[in-house]
Design a protein around this ligand. Structure first.
Ligand code: GDP
Ligand code: IMO
Ligand code: MG
Length: 424
């Protein structure tokens, strides 16, 4: 069985936890898109790992971990992660494979990300400043791109970097009045990165297709959420890649027909980091209650996440565009103690009710949520092991979401740990 895990909201749904659980029965886990803007958390016993680039299967010692063509890879971040896991006695030797075609995020990308956001002022996107947009721009523009394969030919890398940094410095100075960067310094860092990463660089597409022929079980790990998809999300408040399931094939070179199950991941409520419309947002005591109980602060940037009611219109849209088969619902435990819970089942846009999510933000900004109100529950549910262990109102809440989104909820999270998961 090959499975693909996709966030169905604005990211941080708990994909890391679900990937870690399913990795137990997988031979290979594949990160195919995004970069170090992602922050995927895996909690095993008392150990917590926050991974930005390494696939969340890394924690399982027998799983092969792939980073494929669609990823924009920051060498500094991945080397830090490899070191961190080594300190926890988890080795990636002979099981981490990085595509020679993955693009490389360098210091000038991060600088450009920051300068652009500063220049936008109150109109900023609220990016993670991880250089994601600028690196994907260079990829699409082609002339100034560095890929992992460039680390295998340092002489040619040196002259490429000279030309790129010269160009970037002109832009930094002319547009942002910013200090120039040194191509020599960046090259010196790259030499070090190349030395350490060389053993991992390979043709991941060939490896994946060989593995498919051998009947290996592959788990594809989506990053971000479907509503941050560059083409189908809430543009321009999105990331720079196709973060819905539509980006899977392009990102790793495996057609979607090889995936047996697309599993969507949702929280029992909604969160968003960064700017952009969020119809069911609760910028009030309820939002703060959810933020406090759910520890809703960014895994990558530490920013407080915006919190709101579960938006079934948004999730149903992500299911539709993504061909999602089943759903994992996390953070049900976070909602304990709320007297009533609202589920957004439709939007009212200028007097007209719709259940189809308008990704055009001019329309979305006018969407007033239409709520279905459910009774809450007081009990803590972090020790529930089966669906029947849950209070009746919690079960009703799950069933109502299932009914509105039209897909089975097969896993329920009642806490951050691997073990705090109910299978239905
Ligand atoms: P990802 O980006 O989708 O992998 O999600 P993040 O790791 O950024 O954020 C999810 C957060 O929720 C992490 O801190 C997880 O440890 C935590 N988490 C995951 N599932 C649950 C759950 O069911 N209940 C609670 N309370 N926390 C959870
Ligand atoms: P995971 O994989 C939540 C958001 C940023 C910003 C927008 C653009 O952990 O779910 P970028 O740095 O990508 O140019 O920022 O996208 N964003 C995320 N939000 N979770 C993520 O990843 C995100 N990756 C990017 O906050 O609004
Ligand atoms: Mg995250």
């Amino acid at each position: 069985m090959n499975k693909c895990i996709i966030g169905l909201q604005w990211g941080d749904e708990g994909k890391g936890k679900i990937v870690d659980i399913l990795a137990e029965k997988s031979d290979i886990v594949v990160r195919y898109g995004g970069g170090a803007n992602a922050g995927h958390t895996v909690v095993v016993g008392n150990d917590k790992f926050a991974l930005h680039l390494l696939p969340s299967g890394s924690i399982r010692p027998d799983v092969k971990c792939l980073i494929t063509n669609g990823v924009v890879l920051d060498p500094e971040v991945i080397l830090g992660e490899i070191d961190k896991l080594a300190k926890a006695n988890i080795s990636l030797k002979n099981r981490l494979l990085i595509s020679e075609n993955a693009h490389v995020v360098l210091d000038y990308h991060k600088k450009e990300d920051q300068l652009r956001e500063e220049a936008l002022g109150k109109n900023k996107i609220g990016t993670t400043i991880r250089g994601i947009g600028p690196c994907y721009c260079d990829k699409v523009g082609r002339s100034f791109a560095i890929r992992m394969a460039d680390f295998l030919d340092l002489e040619s890398l040196k002259s490429k970097l000279q030309a790129i940094v010269e160009y970037k410095n002109k832009v930094f100075s002319a547009i942002y009045n910013a200090a120039p960067m040194s191509s020599d310094e960046i090259f010196d860092k790259c030499k070090l990165y190349a030395k350490k990463l060389k053993p991992f660089i390979t043709d991941t597409t060939e490896f994946l297709h060989k593995s498919l022929t051998e009947g290996k079980s592959i788990l594809f790990e989506g990053a971000q959420g479907s509503l941050l998809d560059l083409d189908h999300g809430t543009f321009p408040f999105v990331t720079s890649s196709n973060s819905s399931s539509l980006g899977m094939s392009a990102g790793c070179g495996v057609p979607a027909k090889y995936v047996d199950e697309f599993i969507g991941v949702i929280k029992a409520y909604t969160t968003r980091v960064g700017a952009g419309p969020f119809p069911s947002e609760q910028d009030n005591d309820t939002g703060q209650y959810i933020r406090d109980r759910g520890h809703e602060y960014g895994t990558t940037t530490g920013r407080p996440r915006r919190c709101g009611w579960f938006d079934a219109v948004a999730v149903a849209y992500s299911i539709t565009i993504g061909g999602i088969d089943s759903v994992a619902l996390l953070h049900l435990d976070t909602l304990s103690g709320l007297k009533e819970l609202n589920i957004c089942r439709a939007y009212n846009i200028e007097g007209k009710e719709t259940t189809f999510f308008p990704s055009n933000i001019n329309k979305l900004a006018k969407a007033a949520p239409v709520y279905e109100t459910m009774q809450g529950w007081d009990e803590e549910i972090t020790e529930a092991e089966t669906f029947d262990d849950l209070p009746a109102n919690a079960k009703d809440y799950v069933c109502k979401i299932e009914e509105i989104i039209g897909k089975p909820i097969t896993m329920i999270g009642v806490g951050p740990k691997r073990s705090q998961t109910i299978f239905r």
